[in-house]
Design a binder for this molecule. Structure first.
Ligand SMILES: C[S@@+](CC[C@H](N)C(=O)[O-])C[C@H]1O[C@@H](n2cnc3c(N)ncnc32)[C@H](O)[C@@H]1O
Length: 266
């Protein structure tokens, strides 16, 4: 969904985020995986103080209340999503609404559980930085691990009538998401991982499999169980680029609106 007319900057940005984030709910596989994770953590959620960091429309806050959380802080900076979450959750007295970025939120009680979904297609290209800056220390993060993985394949396998091998060569050094269908191409090797309190910002990777096309994709884990895999969960499409070396580096630099990704063949 694209906004096609001129709007004041603040309105543009808020509506743009609204449209981006409501579209994540098309990914029913992801939502189901998150609900299953919450269900599996039912014992720890019962009686717990929970923070839903980036509550969106409030689905996970609602589920945590239904699973017996003592209090859920639904933290959401976007004014439109905040409004939708408040409407969904106003019938639950144990939900507290915070319209702010989570890194500015200062709870006045210890937090047991933090639920979040700040992973972009390349792991750090959304807002994991914000989790690094939070003022409190939850006892448990849900989910608790995400890994950017890579694999290689042949252009003769993935190229089509639109993105021909000739077009692909024009994309040297460019990371493009959703360029091809993921099919059943496996994510073979790790590039970089996030875990609570561990925020690596760069990686250098030696390519160990043959092929002239590199693809990258995310895997999200909780308690060592795979929850979401790029391609299967449509929110995280594979990212593609032609191979132009034997090693590449990725660097995630923070900017005002999230992250800048620096990619280079070495
Ligand atoms: C990927 S969505 C997840 C929404 C919801 N948790 C879900 O999965 O259904 C990320 C949400 O985080 C919100 N967000 C972005 N930056 C944030 C920040 N710094 N603090 C809290 N929420 C943020 C966005 O507005 C968006 O609603």
């Amino acid at each position: 969904m694209d906004i096609l007319n001129h709007l004041p900057v603040d309105q543009y940005s808020a509506v743009d985020d609204l449209l981006t984030f409501i579209s994540i709910y098309d990914d029913t596989r992801r939502t189901r995986a998150y609900f299953q994770m919450l269900e599996a953590e039912r014992d720890r959620i019962q009686g717990a103080v929970c923070v839903d960091a980036g509550a969106g429309i409030g689905l996970f806050s609602e589920r945590m209340i239904q699973l017996g959380a003592k209090t859920v802080y639904a933290v959401e900076p976007n004014p439109y999503l905040f409004q939708l979450a408040r409407k969904r959750l106003e019938k639950y007295p144990n939900v507290k609404f915070i319209q702010a970025p989570v890194e500015t939120f200062e709870p006045d009680e210890p937090v047991d559980i933090l639920v979040h979904e700040f992973f972009g297609q390349l792991l750090y290209d959304e807002d994991l930085y914000d989790l690094e800056k939070i003022s409190f220390k939850p006892r448990l993060y849900l989910p608790d691990k995400a890994t950017l993985m890579y694999g290689t394949t042949q252009s003769s396998i993935v190229a089509d009538d639109t993105v021909t091998p000739e077009v692909l060569r024009m994309l040297e050094g460019v990371l493009v998401s959703g360029l091809f269908d993921e099919g059943d191409l496996p994510l073979q090797h790790p590039v970089i991982s996030w875990e609570p309190d561990y925020f690596p910002r760069s990686a250098t990777v030696e390519i160990v499999t043959p092929g002239d096309v590199l693809y990258l994709g995310l895997k999200i884990w909780h308690q060592n169980r795979e929850m979401c895999v790029a391609g299967l969960c449509s929110n995280w499409a594979y990212v593609w680029t032609p191979v132009a070396g034997t090693r590449f580096s990725l660097q995630f630099l923070e900017d005002e609106r999230g992250s800048e990704v620096v990619f280079q063949w070495i």
